[in-house]
Every structure is written in structure tokens, then in C-alpha cells.
Ligand binder design. Structure first.
Ligand code: SAM
Length: 215
């Protein structure tokens, strides 16, 4: 979800033609809540630079990021997990219509999903909506509060911190908190209405690694 500090407009032609496939009530939310086409393409390259990589979109909406990324990196797999059943249905339809067989979608709470099977994760400020007034939300089906926002962000940082070294994380409009522990900023690109940041989990320092003598 966009933060309020907009710097430039997305590529309207491509975005309008993509958003055309969404029902009107979801389409009107796209510019604010879903990744612009140019940003999705660049994020796909940052997330999946090698063939065969597996990427999780944490909070996939109607699948805009996953479908565009899947077409950009056809040898990689993009999985989107989304809490709203209606958006999952739209995402599945969109992937089928756009022949993006390497984009798949799951319905559920991203924080209850196992993230360990992925090489990379994409987060477009997924919990920011929990702090919005109702006129700006995607719909009224999700209970919003500051405490829920904090629990989601803390849970996300804990899950990211547990992933293996080399895991790539790309954020757009941030993730709602400071970078996860143990990750290093590898790239920062101004694009769309904010910046894309690529974070890579570092190997533990020699001092932190468990030693044979200790076992
Ligand atoms: C800002 S939108 C981004 C959509 C998509 N990633 C994109 O970039 O086009 C965030 C999405 O995350 C979903 N979301 C938020 N918290 C979630 C959770 N705990 N589990 C699953 N989905 C969640 C919201 O329903 C919303 O559709």
C-alpha cells in the first residue's frame, strides 16, 4: 500500500490496460494499493536474478505483482498469499487469462504460512492498510487497529530474521518498520511512487556461528 509521500506517477498506459481486467470496485483501488507495472518488472529482476528461483508475495491482492513478475521471469515461480478470498479468486483468474502458469495463489494469513521454502519475498507495505481510515481501505472486510499492525510487522520481522542467508527481500513503500535484523541493503531504486529496496540476508559472522568445540 502506498504511503502518502508520492514522488511521481506510475506508467498510466500499462497500468490502465492491466487494471482493465479487474472489476470496477477493485480497479479504483489499484493506483494506491497495487504495484505499478514498471515497479513489478524491476522488483521481479531484483527478487529472482537466477532461473528456478521461488518468490513469495506477502499479501498478493488481486495478483498484479505476481502475474507481471511471472511474465518477466518465466523460469521462476511466484506464489502470492492473500487474506481476502475475493482477491485470491481474481488473482487466479488473472494468471489464467494472462497465461502466467508460474504465478499461483493461496488464500490465508501470510504470517501463518511457512516462508522457509522461498528464495525471495516481496512486500508492498502489506499491513499499512491497518492504519488507514475506512474510505482508503480496499474494502471493509478486515479489522484494523494499531495493535494488529504492530503484531503483523513484528511477526514479519521475526519470520524474515529466521530465513537462511542469501534470502532476498524487496520492499516497496517499506514494510512498516526498520529493515529486518541480519539483512543488508543491496540496492535502492527510485521508482513509481516510492523506492524499491533489495535486502539480502547476510551469512552469520564467524563469532556468531556455532563452533564444533561448543557441541
Ligand atoms: C498493498 S496490497 C499489495 C498487493 C500486491 N502485493 C501488489 O503489490 O500488487 C497488500 C495486500 O496484503 C494483504 N494482506 C495484508 N495482511 C495480510 C495477511 N496477514 N495475510 C495475507 N494477506 C494480507 C491485503 O489484503 C492486501 O491485499
Amino acid at each position: 500500500m502506498r504511503s502518502t509521500s508520492s514522488t511521481s506517477a506510475p506508467d498510466l498506459d500499462e497500468d490502465q490496460s492491466f487494471d482493465y481486467h479487474l472489476p470496477q470496485r477493485v480497479r479504483v483501488k489499484s493506483a494506491f494499493h497495487f504495484t505499478p507495472v514498471t515497479v513489478a518488472r524491476r522488483a521481479a529482476q531484483l527478487l529472482a536474478p537466477r532461473d528456478g528461483m521461488r518468490v513469495l508475495d506477502v499479501g498478493a491482492g488481486p495478483g498484479k505483482f505476481c502475474v507481471i513478475a511471472a511474465r518477466e521471469r518465466p523460469t521462476c515461480k511466484f506464489v502470492g498469499i492473500e487474506q481476502r478470498p475475493l482477491l485470491v479468486e481474481l488473482a487466479q483468474r488473472l494468471a489464467h487469462r494472462m497465461s502466467a502458469a508460474n504465478a499461483t495463489f493461496l488464500q490465508g494469513d501470510a504470517l501463518e504460512h511457512d516462508w522457509s521454502g522461498y528464495d525471495a519475498l516481496y512486500l508492498f507495505n502489506p499491513f499499512g492498510e491497518l492504519l488507514l481510515r475506512s474510505a482508503l481501505t480496499i474494502d471493509q472486510t478486515v479489522l484494523r487497529s494499531q495493535s494488529r499492525f504492530e503484531a503483523c510487522v513484528d511477526g514479519t520481522r521475526a519470520k524474515l530474521a529466521a530465513l537462511r542467508p542469501g534470502t532476498r527481500v524487496v520492499t516497496y513503500h517499506g514494510l512498516g518498520a526498520a529493515a529486518p535484523d541480519g539483512y543488508e541493503l543491496a540496492e535502492r531504486v527510485q521508482l513509481g511512487t516510492d523506492v524499491l529496496e533489495l535486502w539480502i540476508k547476510a551469512a552469520p559472522a564467524a563469532d556468531d556461528a556455532p563452533s564444533a568445540a561448543a557441541s
